[in-house]
Structure formats: C-alpha cells, structure tokens
Design a protein around this ligand. Structure first.
Ligand code: ATP
Ligand code: MG
Length: 260
C-alpha cells in the first residue's frame, strides 16, 4: 500500500485502518489514505468493490443506513469525524456530496442554491443571499445558462445543468470538500466535458474526491487515484503512476480492461 507522502500540504482527510460493515457483512477492509487539499482524488474499481461506501464514510452518509458500523479512524483536519460529539450538520456542510443522478429539489433554481444558506442562516439580508446564489452558480459554471431564469423550476434544466446546479448547492454552504459519486455517468459527452472542466476549475479552491468508472476521466481529472477491489484499497498513488506504471497486477488488469 502506498500512501502519497511527497506532497507538501498536510492532508485534509487522514484515513487509518478503516473497516466498514453492513450488519455482519464487511464492505471495507483496512483502508489507509491521505487526501490532500486542492487536489482531485479519483476512486476506481469494479462494481460492488466499495467505492460509494467509502465515499459515504467521509461525510457519515452511511449513518442513515441501519446496522452499519465503522472501525478505524477518519480525521478531517485532524478531527475525528466519528467522535460522539461530531456535529453532523457541520460535517456535511464542510464535506458536500454530489450524486450520480442530479437531484435538485422541485423548486426554483434560486431556491435550490439558497436552501442551504437559509437553513444555516448564513445571511442577514436578501442582497447577501442574492450574492451567494450568483457566486455559487458562477463557480459551478452554470450562471450563464440560468441567470435569466432563476425563478424557473430547476427540474426544467438539462441533466448537465441540473448536475452543475447541485454542485452550486454544495458551494453555497462553503463546503471545503466535494464528494462526487460518478457525477457524469448520467450525462452526454458534452455535459460530461463541462463537468470535467468544472472539476479542473474547482480544485483551485476545493478538495475533490470523485468515483468514476471512466478510466480516461480518472486520468484526465485527478491527481491521485486509488483502486478498490473487494473492499480493499489495492493501490493508491499519483494518477500518472497508476496509469503508466502500476505496481499491483490487479491495477494493471483493471486499467487495461482485463478485469472488472
Ligand atoms: N445499503 C446497503 N446495505 C447492504 N449492503 C450494501 C449496501 N450498499 C452497498 N452494499 C454492499 O456493499 C458492497 C460495496 O457496495 P458499493 O455500493 O460501495 O460499491 P461500488 O464500488 O460503489 O459499486 P458501483 O460501482 O456498482 O457503484 C457491495 O457488496 C454492496 O452490495
Ligand atoms: Mg457506487
């Protein structure tokens, strides 16, 4: 197991000896990983190997599934996110999530983005809220598409626009980390390219962890890549190394399409 140690910044996430169970069934085993700020970390591997489970461990989304259990440690800026006094709303504000299928609320575009800031009472007046909504939509590269229709139903947008709106929703609450679970798999090639460009732009400010089945996408967008296999992290290293000189034969087999 290679933990990237050559990067200068301290990690945002430090994952140590992580095991995860659905009831009696162990879905993750002894995961160790450092996730660095303003980098894109890609998670790859065959269906059912635990990528989504792992992603959901990082903001405790698995807590919503009855009978799940975590062992080991996940530190966010040195703080144990599984500590009993961890504030889950605060955690999920800092560590936002974007899913495979865009899931805007059946409300206006404006209200979708304003939802989080309103719940968190982030602003005192309407013009501050307007500013957050505009800034978030701009950062999510969807402002130009929606600026003249902010009061329209978000469900009327194209899937690609909906996905960027969902990213804007995460940015609006000032997330630091964005977890993306196959964010482009429901999108056409043009909408996919826009998401990839956006990821490139977002990593100047944010830390991104992305699950993808698309090897080219992982190679294009990420700085480091981890291969999961049957609940284990088989290899984790700089993306270039994973795709040009993998150390593990399973990685080699997977990236060349001979497995999974
Ligand atoms: N809610 C759940 N309850 C019980 N078992 C689950 C649950 N969700 C996932 N699993 C099991 O945990 C394992 C890992 O699943 P997970 O969804 O994390 O894989 P994945 O790598 O994201 O797969 P895919 O590429 O198909 O999305 C699988 O064996 C799966 O059946
Ligand atoms: Mg999955």
């Amino acid at each position: 197991m290679c933990i990237i140690s050559c990067m200068s910044n301290s990690p945002v996430f430090t994952i140590r000896d992580l095991d995860f169970y659905y009831g009696a069934s162990k879905a993750l085993s002894q995961i160790n990983m450092d996730i660095f700020p303003q980098k894109v970390t890609a998670l790859i591997g065959p269906s059912g190997c635990g990528k989504s489970t792992y992603l959901r461990c990082l903001n405790r989304m698995n807590d919503t599934i009855a009978g799940t259990r975590v062992e080991g440690q996940i530190l966010l800026d040195g703080e144990d996110i599984y500590a009993p006094d961890m504030d889950l709303a605060y955690l999920r504000q800092r560590v936002g999530m974007v899913f495979q299928k865009p899931n805007p609320f059946p409300q206006s575009i404006y209200d979708n983005v304003a939802f989080g800031p309103r719940v968190l009472q982030m602003t005192k007046n309407r013009s501050d809220l307007d500013e957050i909504v505009e800034r978030s939509l701009q950062r999510a590269a969807v402002w130009d598409d929606v600026k003249d229709q902010l009061r329209d139903d978000a469900l009327g947008l194209s899937l690609g626009e909906q996905q960027r709106l969902c990213i804007a929703r995460v940015l609006a609450v000032e997330a630091e980390v964005i977890l993306m679970d196959e964010p482009a798999s429901a999108l056409d090639p043009i909408a996919t390219a826009k998401i990839e460009e956006l990821i490139h732009e977002l990593k100047k400010r944010y830390t991104i962890v992305i699950v993808t089945h698309n090897m080219q996408q992982a190679a294009r967008v990420s700085d480091s890549t981890g291969l999961f296999w049957l609940g284990e992290l088989i290899e984790f290293d700089a993306t270039e190394k994973i795709f040009t000189n993998p150390q593990h034969e399973l990685t080699e087999a997977y990236i060349t399409g001979r497995m999974g």
